[in-house]
Ligand binder design. Structure first.
Ligand code: DX5
Ligand code: ZN
Length: 217
C-alpha cells in the first residue's frame, strides 16, 4: 500500500496560491489549514478562499479545520465539494452527527485529535470516519518539531482500525520531514501532511516524491 502525501499550503506563498498548487501536482491531495484564532492562536483563511483553491487545484482538497464550533462550520466546507473535511474532536459537540453530516454532503469525514487527546473515547465511532488525524504537534503553526510522544497513540489507533475492519486512513500532521516520516509510518500512519518539508524545499514536487519513498520503505 502506497503512502499518501498531502502538502500543507500553510507553508506556501499565500499571494501566489494557484502557482504554489501547480508545484505539487504529484501529491495525493493538498492540505488546507483553516484557523480561526479561537481554537488555535493563529488565523489563516476561510470559506471564500477555500472555495477558490478548490476551483483551481490540480489535486483534491483535504481541509483541516482548526476552528471552534465545528458542528456549525464543517458542513459548509463539505458543501464546497471538498474531497475531505476534518474537524477537531475537541471542537465538536456531536462528532458522530457531524461525521454523518459530512458524508451526507459528499465529503469524506475526518476527525482530528490534539497531541494530549486520547483516541480511546472515540474508538466506537471509527466506522463513521474515513480519516483519523493524529496531530503530531500542537495545532496552530507550521515548522514545529515532531512530538515523539504521539507515536504510541498512532500505534493504538492502527491496531484499533485494523481490528475494527473499518476503512479509516490514519493521517499525521506536524513536523513530518525526511527525518521523522519513517517513524510515523512504522507506527501505522498512512497519510502524511508536510508543510515546511515540502514548500521549504527547492523543488516541492521532488520533496513529495522523496517523502513518499521514505514512508513506503
Ligand atoms: C499545524 C498545521 C499543519 C502545518 C504543518 O497546525 O495543522 O498542517 O502546516 O506544518 P509542518 O509540516 O511545517 O509542521
Ligand atoms: Zn493541518
Amino acid at each position: 500500500m502506497s503512502a499518501c502525501i498531502h502538502p500543507s499550503i500553510l507553508s506556501a506563498d499565500f499571494v501566489n496560491l494557484e502557482a504554489e498548487l501547480a508545484r505539487i501536482g504529484g501529491a495525493d491531495a493538498v492540505h488546507v489549514d483553516v484557523m480561526d484564532n479561537h481554537f488555535v492562536p493563529n488565523l489563516t483563511l476561510g470559506l471564500p478562499v477555500v472555495e477558490r483553491i478548490q476551483a483551481v487545484s490540480p489535486v483534491p482538497l483535504d481541509a483541516h479545520l482548526m476552528i471552534a464550533d465545528a458542528d456549525r462550520w464543517a458542513p459548509l466546507y463539505a458543501d464546497l465539494g471538498l474531497d475531505s473535511v476534518t474537524f477537531h474532536a475537541e471542537a465538536a459537540a456531536a462528532p458522530v452527527k457531524l461525521a454523518r453530516e459530512l458524508r451526507a454532503r459528499g465529503s469524506k469525514a475526518g476527525m482530528a485529535l490534539r497531541p494530549a487527546t486520547a483516541v480511546e473515547p472515540y474508538l466506537d465511532m471509527l466506522s463513521e470516519l474515513d480519516m483519523l488525524l493524529i496531530m503530531t504537534v500542537e495545532p496552530g503553526f507550521g515548522g514545529q518539531a515532531f512530538l515523539d510522544l504521539t507515536l504510541p497513540k498512532i500505534r493504538r489507533a492502527r491496531a484499533a482500525v485494523d481490528g475494527s475492519g473499518a476503512s479509516v486512513a490514519i493521517q499525521v500532521d506536524g513536523g513530518i520531514s525526511a527525518s521523522t516520516i519513517e517513524r510515523a509510518a512504522e507506527a501505522g500512519a498512512d497519510v502524511f501532511v508536510a508543510g515546511s518539508a515540502v514548500y521549504g524545499a527547492d523543488d516541492p514536487g521532488d520533496a513529495v516524491e522523496r517523502l513518499r519513498v521514505l514512508a513506503d520503505r
